[in-house]
Ligand binder design. Sequence first.
Ligand SMILES: NC(=O)c1ccc[n+]([C@@H]2O[C@H](COP(=O)([O-])OP(=O)(O)OC[C@H]3O[C@@H](n4cnc5c(N)ncnc54)[C@H](OP(=O)(O)O)[C@@H]3O)[C@@H](O)[C@H]2O)c1
Length: 324
Amino acid sequence: MKAIISERYGQADSLTLREVVIPSLDRNQVLVKVHASSINFGNLVLLTGKPLPARLAFGLLKPKYSIPGGDVAGIVEAVGENVTGFQIGDEVFGDLSTSGWGAFAQYTAANETSLALKPSNLTFAEAAAVPMAGATALQAIRDSGKLAAGMKVLLHGASGGVGTFAIQIAKVYGAEVTAVVSTRNTEMARALGADHVLDYQKENLENHEQTYDVIFGVNGAQPLSVYNRLLKENGQFIHVGGESSQMYQTLLKGSWLSMVGKKKYSTFLHRTKQEDLLFLKEQIEAGKIRPIIDREYSLQEVPKAIQYFEKGRSQGKVIISVFN
Ligand SMILES: NC(=O)c1ccc[n+]([C@@H]2O[C@H](COP(=O)([O-])OP(=O)(O)OC[C@H]3O[C@@H](n4cnc5c(N)ncnc54)[C@H](OP(=O)(O)O)[C@@H]3O)[C@@H](O)[C@H]2O)c1
């Protein structure tokens, strides 16, 4: 089979397309014929080995997962002897980023628990957009933010892979959503259900008058003093992503502010959970959530796709189409 191979930490141009053997299955695994994958920030971490603490999980001197690719959508080709949830021919989607990666290939061996049946109303390319970005948004909103109907929420940086799901999932939980995006993304944010849209190229958050129950820092960065002023008395700021300065501010200044006041500041880390894939599938099939695709690349164009993604300007998701 053809696969993208990563032999050392480096940049996107260090990845090569090679002919390798189809992976063998262990008892709890499913062999998936990959139709599509997508790019997430985790791909950049696995590619570069940075930030350095990530090497504790990914390999100290070189990546221990030689075939990258976390999100997957495809068809079950074979099942291990202990697999009970899937049969040959099932259309599946999933997130392999916590179970060995391997989706930038024509076939991948995936743990059964990293997969779910694909939403029936999505193409493989659309389904591959969902797993990591959708689950990140879901876990931030439901588990960390504990959003409930009527809560006022600000999503800072709502136009990328995670943000476009976050707008829709916050609406599923009944929140009143304000999305902060650039001019070119205002219409998309409204179309995804944002009740209010702030164009960060025209309006400075420092002058913004509203206050919020929860603020999610998804992309970009703001001084914590700005968020502190925009939070209600018992409000919370949750750092999902964005510039690294935002994470350090949340960990240092935010922890201190959380100790001395009623407003809480925390960071958040996504985990692969089969039940979350099933929740996303249900919402997608009910027409409440849809993936937004910026552009598609072929398997051999993975380096180009990563170079585009790392500019940080994607509108929704960047897809890798494997079998066309
Ligand atoms: N905590 C976790 O477990 C977890 C999991 C996955 C991802 N993440 C993090 O979540 C963040 C978002 O990931 P993603 O895949 O959605 O990224 P992405 O798709 O690359 O986001 C790109 C979008 O961000 C917008 N953007 C860029 N700079 C901005 C700014 N200063 N203010 C507002 N919007 C800005 C861009 O639009 P404009 O340029 O037009 O504004 C673009 O639409 C990343 O930092 C990633 O590391 C965290």
